[in-house]
Design a protein around this ligand. Structure first.
Ligand code: ATP
Length: 359
């Protein structure tokens, strides 16, 4: 039933120079992006970066000011929402309070005058898919937030859209439930094989669910890549700072493969940039190796410091290591084999060559 055809080579969504202006605000600035058929794609960025406007253009709820927008190869520029092979799940679910769950899910099909027997069958299947079987006759206010969320999903999936658009669908849930739903949503997407385009400002959500992430800032697409690429090879400081935590070690490019940090330490990197350019090395807290003072393996740049603060997190321990020119955050695992440090301990820091990104 959930036709998981082989993915098409034609992108599910294709944008070229897609732009949206509201008076003098450029909300979306010349976006070029292809989202593959069957992909789980997250648009990620801070509030106001233009991600919702992008999603609303795909949905047909905003008309682009310029550029091209294709869904499965067809230009959809000004097609109304109900003529597009897409459906949207909104943050607030927008369920009808006076209708049963089954009636909520079947509403769109009934509006399309689908034969009664088909409606019943497809509603049953959609409800089973989101694991709400047995709750068909309840009303939305008799369900938990997570269950209401699933009703909204079932309602969006029941007419088999080619692309499902999700606008921060988990934002209203508490942390534990949200994490559970992240996993479920990902499983569900695999099962149905529908392209999901997901908008979120929550980097952890994007990293844990998406096949690829597009990071937006100020109306522009700054980087598109797999969660690993975005996290390990951020293209600039904005992306490195927005995704996860990072230390930014200031320095200057000495030659194409050497950076000289502010304190004079030389670090060898892949592509340093242009000689004389002021840059920073992005170094993730969990990629820093913390050792006894001087116990750094040969051939690695290192920094000496003192433990300034210790924060126990359960799964790990965060150390703030004070150098005489900056403070570096280090995250160590909470395992018996990893030595614990105390405030005041003299330590050295080092990292593997691939642990740093020039930003
Ligand atoms: P959030 O996470 O807060 O929803 P966002 O990244 O989704 O933010 P958008 O809602 O797309 O951002 O907004 C992008 C920019 O466009 C913002 O500066 C916003 O103020 C502006 N904007 C959005 N919708 C309208 C509108 N209908 N009229 C005027 N300006 C708008």
């Amino acid at each position: 039933f959930w036709v998981s055809n082989l993915p098409s080579m034609v992108p599910a969504v294709s944008m070229r120079a897609l732009t949206k202006r509201f008076d003098d605000v450029v909300a979306v600035d010349a976006l070029d992006l292809d989202i593959a058929d069957g992909e789980f794609f997250a648009l990620l960025g801070p509030s106001g970066c233009g991600k919702t406007t992008t999603l609303r253009m795909i949905a047909g709820l905003e008309i682009p000011s310029a550029g091209s927008l294709k869904i499965h190869g067809d230009e959809v520029g000004t097609l109304p929402p109900n003529k597009r092979p897409v459906n949207t799940v909104f943050q607030n679910y927008a369920l009808f309070p006076h209708m049963s769950i089954a009636d909520n899910v079947g509403f769109g099909l009934r509006m399309q005058k689908t034969p009664k027997a088909d409606v019943a069958r497809r509603v049953g299947e959609a409800i089973e898919l989101v694991r709400l079987t047995g709750m068909e006759h309840r009303r939305p206010n008799q369900l938990s937030g997570g269950q209401q969320q699933r009703v909204a999903l079932a309602r969006a999936l029941v007419n088999r859209p080619k692309v499902l658009l999700l606008d921060e669908p988990l934002a209203a849930l508490d942390l534990k439930l949200r994490q559970g739903m992240q996993f479920e949503l990902k499983q569900l997407q695999r099962e149905v094989g529908i392209t999901f385009v997901f908008v979120t400002h929550d980097q952890e959500e994007a990293l844990s669910m998406a096949d690829r992430i597009g990071v937006m800032g100020d109306g522009e697409l700054l980087q598109v890549g797999t969660p690993e690429e975005i996290y390990d090879q951020p293209v600039n400081r904005f992306v490195a700072d927005f995704i996860g935590r990072s230390n930014f070690l200031p320095g200057t490019v000495e030659d194409s493969s050497t950076v000289c940090l502010t304190n004079g330490t030389r670090v060898v990197v892949d592509h340093a940039g242009t000689t004389g350019e002021a840059i920073a090395l992005s170094l993730r807290p969990e990629r820093v190796q913390l050792v006894d003072r001087g116990a750094v393996p040969d051939g690695h740049a290192s920094l000496d410091g003192t433990i300034g603060a210790v924060t126990f997190l359960g799964s790990g321990v965060v150390y703030h290591v004070t150098l005489d020119w900056m403070t570096i955050e280090v995250r160590a695992e909470n395992r018996p084999s990893v030595a614990r440090r105390e405030v005041g301990d003299d330590v050295s820091l080092w990292w593997r060559d691939d642990a740093v990104a020039v930003v």
